[in-house]
Ligand binder design. Structure first.
Ligand SMILES: Cc1ncc(C[n+]2csc(CCOP(=O)(O)OP(=O)(O)O)c2C)c(N)n1
Length: 584
């Protein structure tokens, strides 16, 4: 790959597999992004060269703030020191919120959480080498879930490339098709950091051409001295605003079902009403409420035979019955999505759907049958009220016994959902619990975050901390709760590390501890593989002492072994790790 070391923009379509830095001649035909005028300077050429790294970093960070970035996550490193110090200075001046993390993988997911909750682009500063690669999981998740992340990767200058310099690799384009754009810059006297800032924020927000937001990379080569000197003034730039999404008309039709997957947003509930359609809304859709809501298992009933059209909003990932419905040849599928959406069957409309026309008489009966079937399924699933058939003297004992019952997965999922309200936030890990929750809870207008872009079990603690920090800062009265299994928690143990001088968010991390990954018990392989082999390589048992782990990171640990303990734990206000020992 040839590299052009003036700021060269690589525009990547979401499907693009390789990144191609454009030559200067080709750059001229790129999209017209206003370049601010360079500030005039009275310093000598030599002085400019000496301060080039610090100057670029100071001006870049200040321009990013102007353009709309508030949260900056910094990981330590030498090559990136000018960027880190510039961020620290702006944080001292209260111009941005600085989050310092040691592990870049956790830092990336912290940024995902912050960006999800604030809906603003979040920058992450890392040094060269493997530090850059550690961001890959978060960048992939951000690509598939349309989250605006800005990875600023410090690099060696061109003369130190290709000669086996320490900590040097091919960084531009390292995120392949996951980066919506790659901007390559060199921090020298010719650099244009303000223009680079505007460009990457524009790309991250998809502000040009009204695309969806997504992750971008700014790779900056720094020469010695890597920092030093007074703060450098920047030329102010305008805030970059995302373009409104396009809208497309859709008419009500008999036999329609609305499927709201992850990040569909609350509007999907109204869409179902306006279309006269039942609503199958995953918990991670934030649309699981309203009169048309049904549990996903209804899709497995004979009612599904009457479905003629499925309107998909967001990214459905949780139930096979829904996937099967969307794949049926005799069903028309309309997907409200974005350009370059991968793995989709059906007609993709780029933007939001707006209903034109009124549903006919048929709608009432159609939705009614689905809602009744859903109620029957939920009722059948509910545990009977303890002691309801007993005389009063034995009733109290029955209730007490019930309180001492061990906690099941369904009980835990229901309890977390019941204790969470619209002013709270819920973060769901990719454990079995999110699927159990999908099958067992009713409707509630709750804002839910889940990394369902790629449904990884990585980065969940960090994502939850990012969501909670942003929610607290916005004056949210509630608490953020994160629900996950034990392996998901252990995957991101490093995420528990919050520096002592940074705020600890109001966050309850609720872990359903069943000693391994039992999600695989539901798969065919559980019935076909050797029992011991299955346990060893699929379930991967663990017996980590979570109380000691929490203590090591300075988190309170609350152990829950029965139903009453669960109720008590979920009403605590303090940040803590709630370990729920699961009975099944
Ligand atoms: C990064 C990543 N690695 C592996 C997987 C595959 N995977 C999906 S769920 C799971 C186990 C989850 O275990 P746990 O969080 O304890 O939840 P449980 O299944 O016990 O409910 C694994 C390994 C994944 N989704 N993401």
């Amino acid at each position: 790959m040839t590299r052009s070391w003036r700021t060269a923009r690589v525009a990547c379509s979401p499907r693009c597999r390789t990144t191609r830095p454009r030559s200067r001649a080709r750059r001229a035909s790129g999209p017209p992004i206003a370049r601010p005028r360079r500030p005039t300077s009275a310093t000598t050429t030599r002085a400019v060269a000496d301060a080039a790294a610090a100057s670029y970093a100071d001006r870049l960070l200040a321009a990013l703030v102007d353009a709309g970035v508030h949260d900056v996550v910094v990981c330590p490193g030498s090559r990136s020191q000018a960027l880190a110090l510039a961020a620290a200075r702006l944080a001292r001046e209260d111009r941005l919120a600085l989050h310092v993390r040691i592990d870049e993988r956790s830092a990336g997911f912290l940024a995902v959480g912050l960006a999800r909750e604030t809906r603003a682009p979040v920058a992450i500063v890392v040094t060269s080498g493997t530090a850059v690669a550690e961001l890959h999981p978060a960048m992939l998740e951000a690509h598939h879930a349309d989250v605006p992340l800005i990875a600023i990767t410090a690099d060696r200058p061109p003369e130190l490339q290709g000669i086996r310099s320490n900590q040097t690799t091919m960084q531009p384009g390292i995120f392949a098709h996951a980066a919506r754009a790659v901007v390559v810059a060199l921090a020298d006297a010719e650099a244009t950091p303000e223009a680079d800032a505007v460009r990457i924020v524009t790309e991250a927000l998809g502000a040009e051409g009204a695309r969806e937001p997504g992750p971008v990379q700014l790779d900056v080569g720094f020469r010695d001295p890597l920092s030093g000197g007074d703060a450098h003034a920047h030329t102010p730039v305008d805030r970059v605003v995302a373009m409104p999404r396009e809208t497309h008309a859709i008419a009500p039709e008999p036999g329609t079902v609305v499927v709201a997957g992850a990040d569909a947003g609350p509007a999907a509930s109204a869409l179902a009403i306006d279309l006269g359609a039942p609503l199958v809304a995953e918990p991670s859709s934030s649309a699981r409420f309203g009169p048309n809501l049904v549990v996903p298992d209804v899709v497995a009933s004979e009612l599904a035979d009457e479905v003629r059209r499925v309107v998909v909003v967001g990214h459905p990932t949780l139930t096979r019955v829904v996937t099967r419905l969307v794949r049926r040849d005799d069903v028309e599928v309309v997907v409200a999505g974005r350009r370059g959406l991968e793995n989709v069957r059906g007609t993709v409309v780029e933007g939001d759907l707006v209903v034109e026309g009124e549903p006919g008489e048929w709608a009432r009966a159609w939705v009614g049958r689905w809602v009744q079937a859903s109620r029957r399924l939920l009722d059948a699933d509910m545990a009977p009220i303890p002691g309801a058939d007993l005389a009063r003297d034995r009733y109290a004992r029955a209730v007490l016994e019930d309180a001492r019952r061990p906690v099941t997965r369904a009980m835990l999922a229901r309890a977390v959902w019941e204790h969470t309200w619209p002013h709270d936030r819920l973060v769901l890990g990719a454990s079995r619990l999110i699927r159990v929750l999908d099958r067992t809870v009713g409707g509630k207008p709750i804002t839910v975050h889940a990394n369902r872009g790629l449904a990884g079990i990585d980065g969940t603690v960090s994502t939850a901390i990012g969501v909670a920090l942003a929610h607290d800062r916005a004056g949210g009265r509630g608490v953020t709760r994160a629900l996950m299994g034990d392996l998901t928690l252990l995957h991101d143990v490093g995420g528990f590390h919050v520096p002592a001088d940074e705020p600890r968010p109001r966050l309850q991390i609720v872990v359903g501890n069943d000693g391994g990954g039992t999600i695989f018990d539901d798969l065919e392989v559980a019935g076909t593989a050797d029992v011991r082999d299955f346990a060893r390589v699929q379930r991967t048992p663990q017996s980590v002492d979570l109380a000691s782990l929490a203590a090591a990171y300075g988190w309170q640990h609350v152990l829950v072994e029965d139903r009453a303990g669960l109720e008590r734990a979920l009403t605590r206000a303090a940040s803590c790790l709630v370990e729920v020992r699961l009975a099944e």
